[in-house]
Design a protein. Structure first.
Length: 365
């Protein structure tokens, strides 16, 4: 177990925002969330999965919903409802501990993504819990069944949920993760497209079976490589590709983008016109909260579960759907965690699971 410094936390958030593949919440929102912890002198402790004590539990706090902004008309629907002093994820975690009647040992982040990872870090710091160095996605993912818990048959229930307005509930006897996704997504749609969730209360044995180990440290290394490249004047995209064992897919400027909020998801695409070595080429990325599939000159280039990451020319990760025409961007491909490339992993989180009649071929580095 080790203590994480303020710089470590900032590097982790930058790394997670990049590894969030366009989803997982904003960088600014994530940094703002942990700033409270820095001001209050809170401690962040990181432990390996093997360090989880026997007979204790860890659980997964996060926020579920759409990453797109609310319209003025949508904002009016919530006028007059109360607001809470603590985050939705923290209230859901407290509800889970109350349901079990005992404190939990640690926190597992639901995925690698700016605000969702920061939500977990914030809950851990505020409630003096240990952060576990592992997660069930190795990136950001759009739906609850997109989880290595699911492909390893670890139950998602019981689940605790909390809305921005103070409503809380415990959900038991969920049919499966698809039904859990439907229930949580429906509650999110009537709650500003944002709801706090805590799921997968698990033991050490279950965590060892399901989690991808070392992903918080991996995020730290990605974020550190971004920062150090900028400090030394090196190319941040090259630094990230090297650290993550991936490659640069495309450099270009934004020529078009479109998106909509559909059933609680931000769905759309972004198009680039090539620059430098990619002059004369075109690139397109389709997203469902996260980047799912990309095309080079109309041909499939990269698909889930591999990571399609987008940064600007200064190395700042860009999240969906916040593009502007003329933005200078770099698209980076990083290989998926091994669990996702198994037969079962691809059934759950391969291109066919999103309705594309495409076989996963793997990132060619």
């Amino acid at each position: 177990m080790r203590s994480l410094s303020k710089q470590d936390i900032i590097d982790i958030i930058y790394g997670c925002t990049l590894l969030g593949t366009g989803g997982g919440g904003s960088l600014d929102g994530a940094l703002k969330l942990v700033e409270q912890d820095f001001r209050e002198g809170r401690e962040f402790m990181l432990a390996d999965i093997d360090e989880i004590p026997d007979e204790t539990y860890v659980a997964v706090p996060y926020v579920c919903g759409s990453v797109s902004p609310l319209t003025e008309e949508e904002e009016k629907k919530y006028k007059g409802l109360p607001s809470m002093d603590v985050t939705e994820a923290m209230r859901a975690f407290q509800a889970m501990e109350e349901y079990f009647g005992k404190p939990f040992y640690g926190i597992v982040t639901t995925e690698l993504g700016g605000e969702n990872t920061a939500d977990a870090l914030h809950v851990a710091a505020q409630l003096a819990k240990v952060i576990i160095d592992g997660d069930p996605a190795g990136r950001s993912v759009p739906e609850l069944q997109h989880s290595t818990y699911f492909i390893n048959d670890i139950p998602i229930e019981p689940m605790a949920v909390a809305t921005p307005f103070g409503d809380t509930a415990i959900i038991n006897n969920v049919v499966d993760d698809f039904r859990a996704e439907a229930l949580v997504r429906a509650m999110s749609v009537v709650s500003k497209n944002m709801i706090g969730v805590v799921d997968h209360p698990t033991t050490k044995e279950q965590a060892k079976k399901a989690l991808i180990p070392g992903t918080i440290t991996y995020s730290l290394n990605i974020g550190k490589s971004l920062r150090e490249a900028n400090e030394s004047g090196d190319d941040p995209a090259i630094a990230v590709a090297k650290t993550g064992g991936g490659k640069i897919l495309f450099r270009g400027t934004v020529t078009g983008f479109s998106w909509d909020t559909i059933d609680g998801f931000t769905i759309g695409d972004m198009e680039l016109k090539g620059t430098e070595a990619h002059e004369g080429d075109k690139y397109k990325v389709w997203f469902k909260n996260e980047h799912i599939i990309s095309y080079l000159n109309g041909e499939v280039d990269v698909t889930v579960p591999d990571l399609i990451c987008v940064i600007d020319k200064d190395g700042v990760p860009i999240t969906n759907p916040f593009y502007e025409n003329g933005m200078e961007l770099v698209v980076i491909g990083l290989p998926a965690p091994e669990q996702w490339t198994t037969k079962r992993g691809l059934e759950v989180f391969g291109p066919k699971s999103f309705g594309f009649d495409i076989d996963y071929c793997g990132l060619k580095v």
